[in-house]
Design a protein around this ligand. Structure first.
Ligand SMILES: Nc1ncnc2c1ncn2[C@@H]1O[C@H](COP(=O)(O)OP(=O)(O)OP(=O)(O)O)[C@@H](O)[C@H]1O
Length: 236
């Protein structure tokens, strides 16, 4: 595996002030992500996974610490630069697909790529996610798994440096969930994209190059899988 660091965090913390009480959603997190890597961040509810993802993705700023993407500290960015960062560098995939219901699959992807400089060919990406013959369909005409494929195509077509996925199988049945994981693996390999999945679903870790476990806002364990398994072999 190529071991070029694409992004790293240095001692990031996020503290929420809740009245008199301070809640530390993440504490002193040091994380490195490497180019082309498939990473699964595991942790129970409330362990800080979404907070970490939001900070890496430039949707939220840490209270302390620094976040470097390709050598640049994004915590120094003003709003305009941070917006450009989210647009150009990050592809997001969420549990609920967040598609525009009045737009077709293809139009949903087009909308996201219009504002991107390095966008990929939309038809090719829709083919790659297995939706070559469903491009003109509206979300309501597609299954949950197909809608998640559109959401993945939308994120990938921007040609981001990093694909961040928040419980991407959370709303799907087991079989469709496995297919979605296989697709994310394919995107990781075919497009050489760094993919990060956050989930509480432990078996998903078996397909990752690296598994990072979180608890109470901290990274408590990091494991390198020398032989990550094929997503088809995962069971839960
Ligand atoms: N906006 C907020 N205001 C106050 N506290 C927050 C806020 N967002 C998160 N927290 C707290 O920070 C902690 C970590 O939350 P976070 O959502 O990052 O965890 P998570 O591991 O993603 O959980 P889940 O799997 O349930 O989404 C929790 O204790 C949560 O209540």
């Amino acid at each position: 595996m190529d071991r070029n660091i694409i992004m790293k965090t240095e001692k990031i913390s996020k503290i929420y002030q809740m009245g008199e009480v301070q809640v530390a959603a993440i504490k002193d997190v040091d994380l490195q992500l490497y180019e082309g890597e498939f990473v699964v961040i595991l942790g129970p509810s409330g362990s800080g996974k979404s907070t970490l993802l939001n900070v890496i993705g430039g949707m939220d700023l840490p209270t302390e610490g620094k976040v470097f993407m390709q050598g640049e500290d994004i915590t120094d960015y003003n709003d305009k630069k941070l917006t450009a960062y989210r647009r150009e560098k990050i592809g997001f995939v969420f549990q609920f697909y967040n598609l525009m219901n009045n737009l077709t699959a293809k139009e949903n992807v087009e909308l996201a790529t219009e504002i991107c400089k390095e966008a990929l060919n939309i038809d090719e990406v829709l083919e790659a996610v297995g939706l070559g013959d469903r491009k003109e369909h509206f979300p309501a005409q597609m299954s949950g798994g197909e809608q998640q494929r559109v959401a993945i195509a939308r994120a990938v077509a921007k040609n981001p440096a990093l694909l961040l996925c928040d419980e991407p199988t959370g709303a799907l049945d087991f079989e469709t969930g496995i297919k979605t994981l296989s697709l994310l693996k394919k995107i990781n390999q075919d497009f050489n994209k760094t993919v990060v999945i956050i989930t509480h679903n432990v078996p998903i870790g078996e397909m990752a190059d690296r598994v990072i476990k979180m608890r109470s806002g901290e990274i408590i364990e990091e494991t390198i899988n020398t032989n990550p398994i094929d997503p088809e072999g995962i069971e839960w």
